[in-house]
Each structure stands twice: as structure tokens, then as C-alpha cells.
Design a protein around this ligand. Structure first.
Ligand SMILES: [Zn+2]
Length: 744
């Protein structure tokens, strides 16, 4: 550890950046809202995930705002002039901060942009610093309290908290520290002369830091880390049925309460009757039409997550246009790619408008009858570029494009009408009619059942932010540049995922990202994330890379499991097993095997060599062509064919050169056999296309073989490795087949 004799200028640089010379006091403050994983994962739909993310992001913003106001007061400067006192994230690029100080908002206020950890310097000593951190904590709790009050008003108005038991549950479940864990710590920045001596105890055992500033950041992280370990967060147990979303708390109900005389533990008892739970929730459904699924019984906290976007955020964040903020539904995300294809085709071929408009008109009439049923949902930003009937069509909630949505039993369950009523209103299956009419016009309309949840974050981020990955350059300015670059990543990835692809960003803050895209566009999204990360973060830290975990979920899968899976897919597979700068992908149901590969390899690539993702995209395109045209492209039959060949070829663990050569030849041969070039092309071009695709598959094999070789070197005995390259190619082709909607 190089903690002796630091006489670098990094601390002086920090003071200079802040115009805060010695001996004025200076402290490092960090705070974080931890334990949010469970809060975010308690989700049935894409909307729930967004609701949770947005809420946590907003709460961190309110804490940061209070901290900025405190710094501004203590330093005697305007809030806009103390932005750089926050080291991470770069608050000047935060839409909520821009909105607060009245600057033009550069991003989208509807995307959760605030990371749940904040690191700042404050112009005071330790004691005063603790006061400022305490004020930030209070501000977070106040914001939570405001949200609760607003939701409580709506519930009270509808007499949903009128029973003693429901009110007790509400009061018991919602206090801030029963829901969140907030930690903060303050570290006074010692004067240069005794800096090292003072930090030594905190940094005991740490690897060396390049300079004083890096030591300071590392020490701050350690102090906060030890605070986190001190507290133990207990889940709340209580009497009654569990919440159907989080399972951690009991579902609100108006159970009768009677005094309990014999029991030694409690003064009262609860009469648990299933009837009161279902009756209570029938009341909720009636008073908040179409806001909850029929089968849902929620706890107070999950209820607040649902109601906040409807009743709190519109007034608080979107004062101008008081629309409720809602996130596109899971069905809308799944069907987005098919809808986008259709809308684009209709732009070229107005004949397609006929069936689309008939569909809309009939649906509008059937749903308008009292009690009305919602049929439009929040539109995906991608469709903003269209207008007139195309835009109207794109506003339709994706569920209405599914054939099985028109089943009378499910309509009755979903919208609280009787089955007879459902049959009367929907005598025909509108989705089936639409599909059939479009087919007559030679237009396929095949909405997907799946969407993809993508999680990404920067590799070795902890090491980067305390300077160990770039010791020569690490100083306050570089650190600020990195924060700004990450903010630019969040800002620039949004149009890529939302305007070029019909996807939706849930969260992008710091190096973390969570997004949903239709399954047909997964590879495009992976490529966009890698590219934009390279163009932003990569400019400041050229070897900083990003890894991704992608879960393909069915539109009616409960999302809690998918959220948790995506986390382990990112950390255990893409990062640990695949060695980072990689993606891992898996389906929630059927064919659960994890596939994946590097997103970057051997850079800079030799000119003639395609990049890993480009190779995969080229093969995907060939498969998609075949599905679309049924005439040319790569047939999905290559997958079972390779499956037959696999057994004889992958038995030996130690690959000989000959075996490897045979494997590669088999792949190239199978590609040629299952690829049909476009018959409109000249013989020369047809041969060229076939050879090109064979070359791409061969190139993919070579890259995967090299990858496995590199990963196996220096890996402990028995540690998991990506599969044999032949199997890896086959697994990737299986995934591609799935992404092209073959074999649904
Ligand atoms: Zn709950």
C-alpha cells in the first residue's frame, strides 16, 4: 500500500475545482438507498418495474436536492453553482435537477435517471457534514411521506381505509424505514499534512491508491460499506394473507378485529376470513377501475407504487401537462415490433389502412359501451414519428392484438364484466379478423408473445471510480469527466432504444441500465448499448466496457422472477463466466439454457474481420429473411441438423486441432446446405452470398474457440467455462431461431 509520502496535487485540484482553498473545511458525504432490489423485483408487469424504479430514483433526487441546497447555503453560492460539488452522478445532466432549477430538460423526465447512490463533497467539517446528510435523509423521508399522504387521500376518499384493520396495516407497513434502508456517512477531508495518517486506519488492507484523491474516494466507499453491514433489515411479518406482488407484507383487507384475552402476546386478534379479503379487493377494483388485476391483493407499499404515478407524480413533476404518467404495458412492448412493421408497410401501401381502421373502429365501439373498457395505452415513443390513423393504431394496447385476449372468460376476468356481456360486445375475434384481412393483402401480422428485459452495467466499475484502473490519469477532473460521460450515456442511449427500436428505457443512471425491447430487436439493442457506451464512457476510459444480461419473458409471465434472473444472468454469467464485455441471454420458459458471447473481441479488429455482434446480426438477418419470405435465407432446420451432429463431435474435452477443424467444417457445410440465396440474383451473386454467410459462421466459430481458450487460461480448476465452440454456435443459432419467431 502506497500510503506514505503522498505529495501529489490531487487534493489541491479538488479544492481548486470547487474554489474552496485550505484551510476551509471540506468533507465527503455519501448516501445510498439500499435494499431496493426486492422493492424493484416485486412486479407483475413492465409497469410495476418502472413504477418502482421511478419512485426510488425520485426519492434519491429529493435527497440530493436537499444536499445541494445545504451546500449552496454553506458555501454562499446559488444551487446551480454548486453542481460540481456532487461527484457522482453528474447532477447537471439530471433531468429532475434541470427541471428543478428551471433549465431546459435534456433528457426525459419519465425515465428514472437517478442512481440510488450519491457521492458529494460539502463545505463543512464532520459534525456539520453529518447535519447536512441528516437533512438529505429527512428530505427523502419527507418525499416518501408526501407520496403516502397523497395516496392515502385517494384511498380515504374511496373509503378504503375506513376499517380499523386496514388503517392499522397501512400505518404499520408504510413507515420509511420499514420499506427502505438509507445509509449515509461523512468523512472529513484531512488537511494535506496529516492526510495519509488520518486515512490509514480506514484503508488498512486496501490495494494501493494512485494518489490522495483516489485514497479519499476509496475511504469514503469503505466507511459507507461498513455502515451498511451494521444494519440488518428484517422483513415484516404480520397476520393475514400475503401480498400477491411482493409476498413480504400482508395484503390490505378489512378483517374484523376482536379483543384477544387468552393469548399472552397480543391484546387483540384478527378474524381471518377469506371473504373479507376478496370483498375488500372487489371494492378496490370497483373504485379504481382497471388499475389492478382481478387476482391481485396488494399490501400498502405495493398499492402506493401503483398509485404514485397516477396521483403524486403528475402534480409534482409534470405540472404543465397534468397527464398521469404511465408506462407502456407488457403486451404493448411484446407486440411493438410487429406493429412497427405493419405501420411502416401501411405508409407505403395505403390499402393496408382499411383492415387497420376497421379493427380500430370496431374495437372503439365495443369498448365504449358502459361500463367502458380501456383499449388504448401509453404509446411507445417510437411511434411519435407517425400521425393520423397510423398513430391511432399504434396507441392500441398490445393485448388487443392477441387472439386469446378475446376469449369471453378472460375478457370477463380482465375487465370485470360478465361472460355474456363479453360475448355480446365481442361477437368476433377482432385480432383474428385483422390478421386474416391483412393476409389477404399479402401482409403478415405476427405479434410476438415475448419481450426482452435487458440489464447492463459497466465492467469493474468499482475499480474505475476509485482510480485503480487508470492510476496515471485519475484525479478530480478525470473523475468528473467520467461522471459526465456516464450521464451522456444515459442521455444518448434513450433515443437509440426508443426512437430507432420500439423499446422503452426504464432506468439509466450512472453505468446502470434497465430497458425493455421487443424480442425481434434484442440484438440491435445489445449493439446500441455497447456502441453508445463506447462512444461516451469509452472516450474518457477507453478500456471501460459494458456487460448485459437479457431475459426473454412471455407477456403474461410474472416479472419478479425475470427481474431476479436478469441480475444473476448479468453478474454470474455475462461477467463471471463469460469474462465481461459480454452478453448472456436466456428464456424464462422452455429452452432455459444460457447463451451468450463477447460483444467485443481483439480490438482493434483486423479490417476484414467482422465484429462479434455484426457476425451474429448477419446470421440473424439471414434467418429472419427466410421466415419472412419463405424463399431465401437461412433455414432454421440447421438447428436440429447440428443437434444430430453434435454428439459425435463434442465428446472430447481436450480439443485436438483435427477435431476443431472438423467441427468448423461441419458448421460451414451445414450453413451452405441450409442457406438458400435469393433466386432473383445472378449465379455469381448467389454463390457470393452463400460463401459470405459460410465465412461469417466460420468466423464466429473461430472467435468462440479463441474466446474459450483465453478464458480457460489462468482459470481455477473446475471453474465454469463457456461451452465448446461448436455447442456455443449451435446454442446461439437456437437463440437466433427463437428471436426470429420460429418455433414459438
Ligand atoms: Zn406488496
Amino acid at each position: 500500500m502506497t500510503t506514505t509520502g503522498h505529495s501529489d496535487s490531487s487534493l489541491a485540484q479538488l479544492r481548486e475545482r470547487l474554489s474552496w482553498p485550505e484551510p476551509k473545511p471540506l468533507s465527503l458525504v455519501s448516501f445510498t438507498i439500499a435494499g431496493v432490489q426486492d422493492f424493484l423485483a416485486a412486479a407483475r408487469t413492465t409497469r410495476d418495474i418502472w413504477n418502482g424504479s421511478y419512485l426510488v430514483s425520485y426519492l434519491t433526487f429529493r435527497g440530493t436536492k436537499a444536499l445541494l441546497e445545504g451546500i449552496s447555503r454553506e458555501a454562499g453560492r446559488a444551487p446551480e453553482d454548486v453542481f460540481r460539488w456532487v461527484l457522482m452522478p453528474d447532477v447537471s445532466c439530471q433531468p429532475l435537477v434541470q427541471h428543478w432549477v428551471g433549465k431546459p430538460v435534456s433528457g426525459d423526465l419519465r425515465v428514472a435517471n437517478f442512481p440510488n447512490s450519491v457521492l458529494a463533497v460539502v463545505p463543512v467539517g464532520k459534525e456539520e457534514g453529518a447535519k447536512l446528510a441528516g437533512i438529505a435523509e429527512e428530505a427523502v423521508e419527507t418525499a416518501w411521506g408526501e407520496i403516502l399522504t397523497r395516496c392515502e387521500e385517494e384511498l380515504t376518499k374511496r373509503e378504503l381505509l375506513s376499517s380499523e384493520f386496514a388503517q392499522l396495516q397501512w400505518d404499520y407497513q408504510t413507515p420509511f424505514d420499514r420499506v427502505f434502508e438509507l445509509y449515509w456517512c461523512v468523512l472529513e477531508i484531512p488537511e494535506e499534512k496529516d492526510f495519509v495518517e488520518r486515512l490509514r486506519p480506514i484503508l488498512a488492507g486496501a490495494p494501493g491508491s494512485p494518489n490522495s484523491y483516489a485514497m479519499l474516494i476509496e475511504a469514503g466507499g469503505r466507511v459507507l460499506g461498513s455502515r451498511k453491514m451494521l444494519r440488518d433489515f428484517a422483513q415484516i411479518g404480520q397476520e393475514g394473507d400475503r401480498c400477491s406482488l411482493c409476498g413480504a407484507r400482508t395484503a390490505l383487507a378489512d378483517y374484523a378485529m376482536e379483543p384477544r384475552t387468552k393469548h399472552r402476546d397480543r391484546g387483540r386478534s384478527v378474524q381471518l376470513r377469506h371473504g373479507s379479503l376478496t370483498d375488500y379487493w372487489k371494492g378496490v377494483h370497483k373504485r379504481f377501475p382497471h388499475r389492478f388485476h382481478r387476482s391481485e391483493h396488494l399490501c400498502a407499499v405495493c398499492l402506493v407504487r401503483r398509485l404514485a404515478p397516477l396521483y403524486y407524480f403528475p402534480d409534482k413533476v409534470f405540472r404543465q401537462d397534468k397527464q398521469e404518467i404511465q408506462f407502456p404495458s407488457t403486451g404493448t412492448l411484446c407486440t411493438a415490433s410487429a406493429v412497427a412493421d405493419l405501420v411502416k408497410a401501411a405508409q407505403e401501401n395505403p390499402a393496408l389502412l382499411g383492415p387497420m381502421q376497421r379493427f380500430l373502429k370496431t374495437l372503439k365501439e365495443a369498448t365504449a359501451v358502459e361500463p367502458s373498457i380501456p383499449f388504448q395505452g401509453p404509446m411507445l415513443p417510437y411511434f411519435e414519428q407517425f400521425d393520423g390513423p397510423l398513430r391511432e393504431f399504434a396507441k392500441t394496447d398490445g393485448d388487443w392484438f392477441y387472439l386469446d385476449h378475446y376469449n369471453a372468460i378472460s375478457l370477463a376476468r380482465e375487465y370485470g364484466i360478465s361472460e355474456e356481456e363479453a360475448r355480446r360486445r365481442f361477437p368476433e375475434n377482432l385480432a383474428a379478423t385483422l390478421k386474416a384481412e391483412l393476409r389477404k393483402l399479402a401482409q403478415e401480422f405476427q405479434p410476438s408473445n415475448y419481450f426482452c428485459l435487458i440489464r447492463a452495467d459497466g465492467d469493474h466499475m468499482g475499480e474505475w471510480i476509485c482510480g485503480r484502473m487508470k492510476p496515471g490519469a485519475f484525479n478530480p477532473e478525470w473523475h468528473a469527466n467520467l461522471s459526465a460521460a456516464l450521464a451522456r450515456f444515459a442521455e444518448r442511449i434513450r433515443p437509440r432504444l426508443e426512437c430507432q427500436i420500439p423499446g422503452k428505457l426504464v432506468y439509466a443512471g450512472g453505468d446502470d441500465l434497465l430497458a425493455f425491447v421487443p424480442r425481434e430487436r434484442v440484438l440491435d439493442a445489445i449493439q446500441a448499448i455497447d456502441q453508445v457506451f463506447g462512444e461516451t464512457a469509452g472516450v474518457v476510459a477507453p478500456s471501460l466496457t459494458v456487460s448485459m444480461g437479457c431475459i426473454l419473458a412471455r407477456h403474461n409471465d410474472p416479472l419478479s422472477a425475470a427481474m431476479k434472473d436478469s441480475d444473476s444472468l448479468l453478474k454470474d454469467e455475462a461477467k463471471e463466466k463469460f469474462g465481461r464485455k459480454a452478453f448472456a441471454i436466456r428464456r424464462t420458459t422452455g429452452g432455459g439454457e444460457v447463451t451468450g458471447m463477447p460483444v467485443r473481441w481483439r480490438e482493434p479488429e483486423p479490417l476484414e474481420m467482422l465484429k462479434p455482434l455484426e457476425m451474429l446480426l448477419a446470421i440473424y438477418q439471414a434467418m429472419a429473411d427466410r421466415v419472412k419470405t419463405d424463399r431465401y435465407g437461412l433455414s432454421a432446420r440447421i438447428v436440429p441438423h447440428l443437434d444430430q451432429l453434435k454428439d459425435g463431435l463434442t465428446e472430447w474435452e481436450n480439443m485436438s486441432k483435427e477435431l476443431s477443424k472438423t467441427q468448423r467444417e461441419m458448421l460451414v457445410h451445414a450453413t451452405g446446405r441450409h442457406f438458400t440465396p435469393n433466386s432473383n440474383l445472378s449465379k455469381e451473386d448467389r454463390d457470393m452470398h452463400t460463401q459470405k454467410l459460410q465465412g461469417t459462421v466460420g468466423g464466429l466459430y473461430d472467435m468462440l474457440a479463441e474466446w474459450r481458450q483465453v478464458l480457460s487460461e489462468g482459470r481455477p480448476e473446475g471453474a465454469p467455462l463457456p461451452p465448446n465452440p461448436f455447442v456455443a454456435v449451435q446454442n446461439l443459432l437456437t437463440t437466433l431461431r427463437f428471436l426470429t419467431r420460429e418455433g414459438r
